[in-house]
Design a protein around this ligand. Sequence first.
Ligand code: AHR
Length: 503
Amino acid sequence: MLTSRIVVDRDFVISELDRRVFGTFVEHMGRCVYGGIYEPGHPTADKDGFRQDVLELTRELGPTIVRYPGGNFLSGYNWEDGVGPKEQRPTRLDLAWGSTETNEFGTNEFITWCRTADVEPMFAVNLGTRGPDEARHLLEYCNHPGGTYYSDLRRSHGYEKPHGIKFWCLGNEMDGPWQICQKTAQEYGRVAKETAKVMRWVDGDLQLAACGSSQRAMPTYASWEYEVLDHCFNEVDFISLHAYFRNDSNDIQEFFTVIEDLDSFIKEVAAIADAVAAKRRSPKRIMLSLDEWNVWYKAHTPAHLRKPGWPKAPPLIEEIYNFEDALVVGGALITMINNADRVKAACLAQLVNVIGPIMTETGGAAWRQTIFHPFAQASRHARGQVLRTKVQSETFSTKTHPNASLLLSSVIHDPDTGAVTILALNRSATDEMQLEVELRGLGEGRKVSLASELHHSDIKATNTKDSPNAVAPKERTDVSIEKGVVSAKLKPLSWNVIVTAPA
Ligand code: AHR
C-alpha cells in the first residue's frame, strides 16, 4: 500500500480559480457543428435546429466558455458568409479540412446556442486570409449597439441587442505550416498588435488573446512567444497555448508524464511573457489561455483529417476515448488548476464528435465519452480559491521523467460555501494508495459531502452507444474525515473527487 499526504492551509492561496478554465471549443470541422450541436430534423432538434440531447449533455459537462468558429477553419473564414437570410448564404470550399461549408450556421446561430446552453462565447478573428479590417467589422456587427452600417446589419438580421462578446482570439495557430496564410512571428506580431488596437477602439471592454505556438514541439517555440509578445505586449491580455497529448509508446506511466510536460509548458510561457514585461520594466502580467487541449493521437492520420470529394460535415478526427485517456484529462485539469495564477482560460478541444467528450450519431443517440467525466466533475466542484498543496508521495520514473509523483492533486476552497474540493489522481498502475489530507485553518467540524471514484479494471475500456456508462464515476461512502484530516484509499489508476463541507 502506498501512502501519501497533502497539507493545505486556508491562508496559503495560489489564486482565485478563473471559471473560464472549464471552456470547450466548437469549430466548423467534421460533425462538431453539423450533426453535433446543430441538426435540424433530428428527433430532439428545437425550433433553431439545436439538438436538445447534446444541449443537455453540454449542460451536464458544464463548460463556462466556448471558443468559435475555429481552429484551422478560421483562417479561411469570411464571417459575412454566415449571417443574414440562410437561403442567401454562399456555400464555400473549406480549405482547412477539405469540406464543403454551407454556412447554414454562423455567428448569430452560435450566440443563440450559447445563450441556450448558458455559456459565454469566445470568438476568434481570421488573421489568415483576412486582417484588422474584417476583425473590426465583425466586432462592430457583434458588439456595437446600433446606428452604424454593421451594427444595423445585425439588427436587420433580427438581433436588436448587441451580443456583448468579451473574449476574442487574434487568429489561430499562425506559426503552423498547415495554417492558411501561415505567418512569421514578426508578421503575426505586427498584425496582432494592429488588430488589437483597432478592436479596442471599436469596444474598449475586451479581453484579447494573441496566438502562442501551436505546440511546445514547434521549432520556433519560445522565440515565437517572445517575438509576438514583444510586438503586441501592450495591446493583448492573453497568450494562447495548444496541447494535444499522445500515447505513442502505449505505456501508461510514460503517457502520464504528458502532464509534467504541460506543467513545464505553462511555466515556460509564463516566464517568457514575464521576460517581455521585464524588458519594459512593466508590472503587467500576460495571462495564459490554453484554448485547445485534449488527448488526440488515435484519430490523427491523414485519412482522419480529410475525406475525398469535398463532403459536407464528414466524420473527422472522431477519437474514441478510453479510460486511460480520461485519467490523463483529469491529470491535465489538476495541472491547470494548480497554475490558476496564470492559466485564466482553457478550452477542451472540442465539444462534440471532433475529439469530443460528447459523441453523437447523426439522426440518432448522443452519449458521454470517458473524458466527459473528469471534466464535468472538476467544472462542477472546483470553485473558489486554489490552495497551495504540500504533497508527500512515492514517485515513479520513466525514460523521460525520472522522478514523477504518483499522486497528483488539487485542493480548492470555496469561501462562500466553505466547501473544500480535493481532486486526486493515483498514477500507480499496481498499488492502492492511502491518502491523508490535512485541512488546516478550515475548521475541524467538517463532513464528507461527496466522494466519488473513476476507475475501470481495463485501461482501454471505452463508452459506446450500446454501453454508454462502462466508464463512469461511482459514489463511495468509505471516505472519512476526523479533526480536519480526510482519509481515503485510492485504487490504482483512479481519479477521485472528495468534497468536504462545514458540518
Ligand atoms: O482541434 C482540431 C485542430 O487542431 C484545430 O483546428 C487546430 O487549431 C489544431 O491544430
